[in-house]
Write a protein that binds this ligand. Structure first.
Ligand SMILES: Nc1ncnc2c1ncn2[C@@H]1O[C@H](COP(=O)(O)OP(=O)(O)OP(=O)(O)O)[C@@H](O)[C@H]1O
Ligand SMILES: [Mg+2]
Length: 252
């Protein structure tokens, strides 16, 4: 049985950074466990955060097959070919694999593949112990193409009242989708002090606050130098905060 962690939140709140830090925690804490990183943000950059070069996106593969069906080898069904191509597009990195969903369909809509894709992805993801999904702000894309079962949903907010209000709206949106979420936790990122000042607003979100990640200069420096989060020191403030959050949640 795989355990699915999904991360969502308003733009720029630190979803991709958190996904990368959670993946690093999983790799350290559960050595050898199979981990799948899923970039479900159309404006994908989880590959960069993880320092991996991504292969073709799932949407690009499906579009390509729909446009040029003649590429399907004789005797192979379209579904089988698509499955084969998706397997092939998995980037295998040291300690995890990466699947990039790609942009949502544009004018030429190939929605017919959505159900098929979901089935294929559900089958594929079953073979992993942990799946970590980096989402766009809402989760429409996710609900259409990937799993409909999430064990743990992290909603990331920045250290502002506005950010927290948006976290609440995102939770409401997520509830409208056909996704079953077992547990939802709030994370305040880039905190520049105590969360006491935001206590009331945090309460109003109705989401339980599971941890606070401080503003980490090491991340800013890395970002300035064009480096990826994987290069971040293991003892950096942000990584330690994420370790603490994960230890707390995964204590059994
Ligand atoms: N704890 C932190 N301390 C300092 N900088 C941070 C921290 N978390 C994230 N950042 C920086 O904030 C910016 C946005 O982070 P990130 O890309 O992870 O957000 P995102 O929510 O994935 O954004 P998008 O909505 O564009 O996908 C990045 O430049 C990142 O380096
Ligand atoms: Mg991102």
């Amino acid at each position: 049985m795989s355990y699915t962690i999904a991360i969502c939140g308003k733009g720029g709140t630190g979803k991709t950074t958190l996904a990368a830090l959670v993946i690093r925690w999983l790799m350290n804490r559960h050595k050898g466990a199979s981990i799948l990183a899923v970039d479900a943000d159309p404006n994908a950059n989880l590959d960069e955060a993880l320092g991996v070069k991504s292969e073709k996106s799932i949407v690009a593969i499906a579009d390509d097959i729909a446009k040029n069906p003649s590429q399907i080898p004789q005797g192979m069904t379209r579904d089988r070919y698509l499955e084969y191509q998706i397997q092939d597009a998995l980037s295998e990195a040291d300690g995890f694999d990466l699947l990039v969903m790609g942009r949502p369909e544009g004018a030429g809509c190939y929605c017919f593949v959505n159900n098929l894709l979901r089935t294929l992805i559900e089958r594929l993801t079953k073979s992993y112990a942990y799946i970590v999904i980096d989402n766009e702000a809402g989760m429409e894309h996710l609900s259409r193409r990937t799993t409909r079962k999430i064990d743990l949903l992290f909603i990331v907010s920045d250290y502002t009242v506005v950010g927290l209000r948006s976290a609440k709206r995102i939770l409401d949106l997520a509830r409208e989708l056909e996704i079953s979420v077992k547990d939802t936790k709030l994370i305040v990122n880039r905190a520049q002090g105590e969360t006491n000042k935001l206590k009331e607003e945090i309460g109003r979100t109705g989401i339980s606050l599971t941890g606070v990640i401080p503003e980490d200069e090491e991340i800013s420096e890395l970002a300035l130098a064009g480096g990826n989060v994987r290069k971040l020191d293991e003892t950096s403030k942000a990584q330690e905060a994420v370790n603490k959050i994960c230890e707390g949640l995964f204590r059994r």
